[in-house]
Design a protein. Structure first.
Length: 62
């Protein structure tokens, strides 16, 4: 149960723009690699990134 709560908290921190170092202090992680593995990417984030990339690379032009 704690594992899922920690994953959710780290994902929320990232969504809110909380600095990784501060997030690590809040969650008790010492290793940035471990901390990053806990973060969950959300489908909306992936789709938004794809849209930005398409626009920047000219894919959004008609």
């Amino acid at each position: 149960m704690f594992h899922g709560t920690r994953r959710g908290a780290i994902s929320m921190h990232a969504d809110l723009g909380i600095d990784e170092q501060l997030s690590m202090a809040l969650t008790g992680h010492r290793d940035p690699g471990v901390h990053r593995r806990y973060r969950q990417l959300r489908k909306q984030q992936v789709l938004a990134a794809q849209k930005v990339l398409n626009e920047k690379l000219g894919g959004g032009q008609k």
